[in-house]
Design a protein around this ligand. Structure first.
Ligand code: SAH
Length: 253
């Protein structure tokens, strides 16, 4: 049964950079994981799946686990060795739970996805190892860097397709910059915010909250607090309206 595409508010046209991602499964043992990987990919807008020397060939379990992502499975490319699957990729990252003896730079999934989205350079392969053994040192040696999912140190080994899901999700979030549909933030300009801070200070002095002879970094702290919220113009005006109301209340008494 096809599942509803609930919450699928990201249209294909925004997924351009995601189409440059290739998921490479190396020496996979369980055919079901190949299908679950296809599903994990499609839900996140990825479609380029490569299978390298599986220990068991894709079978009916693969297609069953792929659910509505059989198209990804049908289009899957098969290779005899990892080097062939990477031949047309300009970036290669190895996804590995363990720190291996080789001196690859290791990033967590979120940081790496952020870097990738900031500068997507041609086709990028994300390489996943076999269920029991993970990626060998020889396989990691073909990668430019390693990516880790910082999991529970007492049990850090995710199911293969779930590891694919995490990476695909992080890439999607990084590529789309979060939920589309949320309006782009337009923080108020510098002059507006300086007006807010001056007004706040006047109000705080008028209400005796701030002693101008003993300011004690109060304004600096409040500036930092307000700046963190990045108010837009309307919000800046609300703040000034509040300050005016306090001043008026104080003046009336
Ligand atoms: N025992 C193996 C685990 C293999 S799990 C090992 O220690 O390497 C199968 C694949 O899923 C791994 O090769 C890796 O690509 C991915 N994976 C699972 N858990 C992960 C984690 N915490 N961080 C990064 N990749 C992980």
């Amino acid at each position: 049964m096809k599942e509803p595409l609930e919450g699928a508010q990201h249209s294909k046209s925004t997924d351009a950079s995601l189409s440059g991602l290739r998921v490479v499964l190396v020496r996979t043992q369980h055919p079901g994981n190949i299908g679950a990987t296809a599903r994990a990919m499609k839900t996140m807008g990825l479609s380029d799946l490569a299978l390298v020397a599986p220990q068991a060939p894709p079978d009916e379990q693969s297609w069953a686990m792929a659910s509505g992502a059989v198209d990804v499975l049908d289009a899957m490319q098969r290779f005899d060795n990892l080097a062939e699957a990477l031949a047309d990729c300009s970036q290669v990252v190895g996804v590995s739970a363990r720190r291996r003896g080789i001196s690859l730079e290791v990033s967590d999934a979120r940081s790496w996805a952020g870097q990738w989205a900031a500068a997507p350079a041609g086709r990028t392969a994300i390489v996943f190892g076999a269920e029991r053994t993970g990626l060998t040192n020889a396989e990691l040696a073909l990668c430019q860097r390693a990516v880790q999912i910082p999991a529970n140190p007492d049990y850090a080994s995710l199911n293969l397709a779930q590891a694919v899901q995490v990476l695909a999700y992080e890439c999607r979030m990084a590529a789309l910059g979060g939920l589309r549909g949320t309006r782009p933030r337009r923080p108020a300009d510098h002059a507006t915010m300086e007006g807010v801070y001056e007004h706040l200070e006047r109000m705080l002095v008028a209400t005796d909250f701030l002693d101008p002879d003993k300011p004690r970094h109060l304004m600096r702290r409040l500036r930092r607090l307000i700046a963190r919220a990045e108010p837009d113009k309307v919000e800046a005006n609300i703040l000034r309206g509040m300050f005016s109301a306090v001043e008026k209340y104080r003046g009336d008494r």
